[in-house]
Design a protein around this ligand. Structure first.
Ligand code: PFF
Length: 455
C-alpha cells in the first residue's frame, strides 16, 4: 500500500518512540497507587499475567494493523475492511486518545508545578499534613493547574508539529535514556534506606487471598493503559515503521521495557514509603503527597523531589505526544488538512477537556457522572471500558476478517524472519484474549452471577 508515507528513521528510534508512548504516568503514577490499593504483590502477579497473555498478543496485532495499512487508527480499518462498520474500533481509539489526553495533561501539568516548587525550596520544612493541604489547595485551584495544563499541551503541540522524525523520534531519543538514568538513581536511593525490605516484601510477596474480580479488572485495565493498547496509538506508530522493522521483537522489547519501568517505579516508591512508615494505599495522591513528604526527610530532599518530578514530566511528555499523534494523524489524513492545522485543532479540543478535568477537583466538584468527578469518570471510561473493549474488538477483527497468510506474511516480513510461536500467538489473539476480556467484564458487571443463578 502507500509507500510515500513518512517513517521513523532508525531501529533505535522506533524502539525509543514506542517505549516512550508506553512508558508514562501510567507506570510511575498510576501503577504504584493501583498496586498499593489493590493488594500489593498479588496485584503485580495478576498484572504480569495480563501483560503476557493479553497485552503482548494485542500489541503484536496492533503493529500488524498499523504497518499493513500505513494509516491512522481509523483509516486503517477503512482500508482493511472497506464499507464495513469495523472502523468503529478506530473511532473508539481516536476518541479514547482525546479523552485520555484530557485528564492526562492535567496530571502532567501538576508535575511541572512540583518541579518549580522543588527548585524554589517551598517543599522544604513541611509536615505530612502540609503536603496534603497544599496538594488539595493546588489541584482544586481554578487557575494554576490550568496554566500548567496549558503549558504541557503547548510543549506537546510543538513536538507534534515538528513532525514524526524531527519531533517525536528526536525527542524520544533524548528523553527516554534520561528517564532510565534518573529512575535507576532513585531506585538505588530508595533501596538503601533503612527498613527498605518491608517495601520490597509488599511489592514482591503475594498474598493470594487478595485476588478478587475487582483486582483482576483493575490489573487488566492497568495493563492496557500502560502498554497503550486497545486504542490505536500503537496502530498509528506502527504505520510509521519501515518494512524491515521486526514487529515481533519490537513488541517484545516494548513490553519488557514498559513492565521493567513499572516494576522499578514500585522499587523506587514502596521501600521509601515503608521506610518512613507511610500507608501505601493513598491512591492517586501517592506520588504527589506521600513522595514529597518522603523526600523531604532525606538529606538534599528538595533535589530528590526535583529529580523525581522531572522523571515524571519526561515520562508524561513522551506519552502525551503519542496520544496527540493518534488524533492529529486521524484529522490530518481523514479530513485532508495540513498536519499543522490538524495539530491546532486537536490541541484546542484537548485544552477544553483538560480545563473541565482540572476544574472537576474544585469549582465543578459537585457535577458527577456515576458518582465520579469528571476527571475520574474519564479515567474509568477509558482505562476500564474503552481500551479493553478496543483490544477485544481488534482481536476479533483480525481473528475473523484477516486471512492468516496475510497476517503471517506481515509479521514475518514476507517470510524473511521466523515466527516460532505463530500458532500460539494466533490462538491467544483469536480466542483467549477476547474471551478473557469479555469474561472479566461480565464478572465485574455482576452478569455472570445472574447467569449462574438462572441455571
Ligand atoms: N501508556 C501510557 C502510560 O502508561 O502512561 C498512557 C497512554 C499513552 C495510554 C498512549 C494510551 C495511549 F495511547
Amino acid at each position: 500500500m502507500s509507500n510515500q508515507r513518512v517513517t521513523f528513521g532508525s531501529k533505535l528510534g522506533v524502539i525509543l518512540a514506542t517505549v516512550g508512548c508506553a512508558v508514562g504516568l501510567g507506570n510511575i503514577w498510576r501503577f504504584p497507587y493501583m498496586l498499593g490499593s489493590n493488594g500489593g504483590a498479588a496485584f503485580l502477579l495478576v498484572y504480569l499475567l495480563c501483560i503476557l497473555l493479553l497485552g503482548l498478543p494485542v500489541m503484536i496485532t496492533e503493529f500488524f494493523i498499523g504497518r499493513h495499512s500505513h494509516r491512522n487508527a481509523a483509516g486503517a480499518f477503512k482500508i482493511m475492511a472497506p464499507g464495513t462498520k469495523w472502523s468503529i474500533i478506530g473511532y473508539n481509539g481516536v476518541l479514547a486518545a482525546f479523552l485520555i489526553l484530557g485528564f492526562y495533561s492535567v496530571v502532567s501539568g501538576w508535575t511541572l508545578e512540583y518541579i518549580m516548587q522543588a527548585f524554589s525550596g517551598s517543599l522544604i520544612g513541611k509536615s505530612a499534613a502540609d503536603f496534603k493541604a497544599e496538594f488539595t489547595n493546588f489541584s482544586s485551584d481554578a487557575l494554576r493547574p490550568i496554566i500548567w495544563t496549558f503549558v504541557f499541551i503547548a510543549m506537546t503541540h510543538i513536538i507534534i508539529v515538528s513532525g514524526v522524525k524531527k519531533g517525536i523520534e528526536r525527542a524520544s531519543k533524548v528523553m527516554m535514556p534520561l528517564l532510565f538514568l534518573i529512575l535507576i538513581a532513585l531506585c538505588i536511593r530508595s533501596v538503601t534506606l533503612p527498613n527498605a525490605g518491608e517495601g520490597l516484601t509488599f511489592l514482591f510477596k503475594p498474598d493470594f487471598s487478595k485476588i478478587t474480580s475487582s483486582v483482576v479488572l483493575s490489573a487488566m485495565g492497568q495493563a492496557f493503559f500502560s502498554l497503550s493498547i486497545g486504542m490505536g496509538c500503537l496502530i498509528t506508530y506502527a504505520s510509521y515503521f519501515k518494512q524491515d522493522t521486526n514487529l515481533q521483537t519490537t513488541a517484545l522489547q516494548v513490553t519488557i521495557l514498559d513492565t521493567l519501568v513499572a516494576v522499578l517505579a514500585g522499587v523506587m516508591i514502596f521501600p521509601a514509603v515503608f521506610s518512613f512508615g507511610i500507608a501505601p494505599t493513598a491512591g492517586p495522591e501517592l506520588v504527589f503527597i506521600t513522595l514529597p513528604n518522603v523526600f523531604e526527610q532525606l538529606p538534599m530532599g528538595w533535589l530528590w523531589s526535583a529529580v523525581f518530578f522531572i522523571l515524571l514530566a519526561l515520562a508524561a511528555l513522551t506519552s502525551t505526544i503519542s496520544l496527540h499523534e493518534v488524533a492529529t494523524a486521524y484529522v490530518h489524513e481523514e479530513y485532508n488538512v495540513s498536519r499543522k492545522r490538524a495539530a491546532w485543532f486537536v490541541s484546542a479540543g484537548v485544552l477544553v477537556f483538560g480545563v473541565i478535568s482540572s476544574l472537576s477537583f474544585g469549582l465543578l466538584k459537585e457535577y458527577t457522572i456515576g458518582g465520579m468527578i469528571f476527571f475520574d469518570a474519564l479515567d474509568y471510561l477509558t482505562a476500564k471500558i474503552m481500551l479493553p473493549l478496543g483490544g477485544m474488538l481488534i482481536c476479533i477483527f483480525v481473528g475473523t476478517r484477516i486471512d492468516r497468510k496475510i497476517l503471517k506474511a506481515e509479521l514475518t516480513n514476507e517470510g524473511t524472519i521466523p515466527f516460532l510461536f505463530f500458532n500460539t500467538y494466533a490462538f491467544f489473539m483469536k480466542y483467549i484474549a477476547p474471551v478473557a476480556i469479555g469474561l472479566i467484564f461480565l464478572n465485574e458487571s455482576g452478569l455472570i452471577h445472574r447467569i449462574i443463578e438462572l441455571f
